[in-house]
Design a protein around this ligand. Sequence first.
Ligand code: ZN
Length: 85
Amino acid sequence: MAVLKHKKLTSKRNVNLTKNICAFVGLEGGDPVDIAAEDNGTVTIKKHAPKCRFCGDNASAVSVMGIEVCPSCAQRLAKEVTENA
Ligand SMILES: [Zn+2]
């Protein structure tokens, strides 16, 4: 099932998502989203999925001090920082 809603951009190119659409996908005000634009004119807004800044893994990445990192890269970073301290 999908929810389709016709909306106009504001003069500043903003768009508000309706309460129903947010409730349908589990979004709350202030939640981070990912916005993708494609060559064919499609713009997609999705709930933000954490993605490791270093390797791109998005299955296990978490946000730590504002940086999204996977356990493997976090372990490598910790090792290199500790060894060079
Ligand atoms: Zn990683």
